[in-house]
Ligand binder design. Structure first.
Ligand code: ATP
Ligand code: MG
Length: 246
């Protein structure tokens, strides 16, 4: 059984179609990269999976359960946790209190809460050292780490991340991906939308490419990484952008 199965998903914004047929089959413990140029429909796909945008048709199953119409909080309780684009921390709350928000679905208190914070920050000494600091006073990279730690507070079995490297310096991007690699090694299922094609393909098992609202390719990450034609056809904008950033 697939951990996360999306079939023939369509969705739009009013009359404007955004997704015209998305298919995504993710086994437990896999790391899947979601690629595609700007406006292809990557974020809309993530939002539909997380329950933040209702699809028009198609089906989403999580560990065998149909969640196509389930509320976002029910998906969260089933272990599906989404880190959206941008970090969406509460800047005027401490790091500790931002993490507490992430544990809301588990209603943790006292020692159980402290243990959960220890676990969620196990790989992140820089977050641990800053629990009493206001989230808004952290660097962009530290804020991204807090956003991921907050997601970990909900004990995900499937973690969706939309452009976790957005706006971060390359060295900080490496730190974020080192964390994702550790989570993968611990058995978490990861679905990562990314513009830094090279780094995400070096970690991913599978890659899917979305173009104009459709899944146009779903293959092993190594097959996608070794096909320059394909990258040129569907990801030209991103590879140019990456060159520009170097
Ligand atoms: N809130 C919205 N209202 C109307 N149209 C939207 C909205 N959000 C996205 N769209 C449109 O839906 C399509 C898919 O957008 P989406 O954000 O899913 O793309 P994306 O692949 O995440 O792009 P990017 O790489 O720029 O983040 C685009 O044509 C976009 O303009
Ligand atoms: Mg997007």
């Amino acid at each position: 059984m697939m951990m996360l199965d999306v079939s023939n998903l369509t969705a739009g914004y009013g009359d404007i179609p955004a997704l015209r047929g998305i298919d995504l089959h993710i086994g437990a413990g896999q790391f899947v990269a979601v690629l595609g140029r700007n406006g292809a429909g990557k974020s809309t796909t993530m939002r539909c999976i997380a329950g933040l945008h209702m699809p028009e048709s198609g089906k989403i199953t999580l560990n065998g359960t149909d969640v196509t119409r389930a509320r976002a909080d029910e998906r969260l309780r089933r272990g599906l946790v989404f880190v959206p684009e941008g970090r969406h921390l509460f800047p005027h709350l401490t790091v500790h209190d931002n993490l507490m928000v992430g544990a809301y679905s588990r209603r943790l208190k006292g020692k159980a809460l402290r243990d959960a914070i220890d676990q969620a920050t196990a790989h992140l000494p820089r977050v641990r050292e800053r629990l009493q600091q206001l989230a808004g006073s952290l660097s962009g990279g530290e804020q991204q780490m807090v956003a991921i730690s907050r997601a970990l507070m909900a004990k995900p079995t499937v973690l969706l991340l939309d452009e976790p490297s957005l706006g971060l310096a390359p060295i900080v991007v490496d730190t974020v991906y080192e964390l994702l690699r550790q989570l993968r090694d611990e058995g978490m299922t990861l679905v990562v939308v990314e513009q830094y094609v090279d780094i995400v393909l070096s970690l991913a098992d599978h890659a899917m490419v979305i173009d104009k609202g459709r899944t146009v390719l779903h293959d092993t990450a190594s097959a996608v990484a070794s096909s320059p034609q394909l990258l040129a056809a569907y990801l030209a904008a991103e590879t140019e952008q990456q060159r520009g950033n170097q």
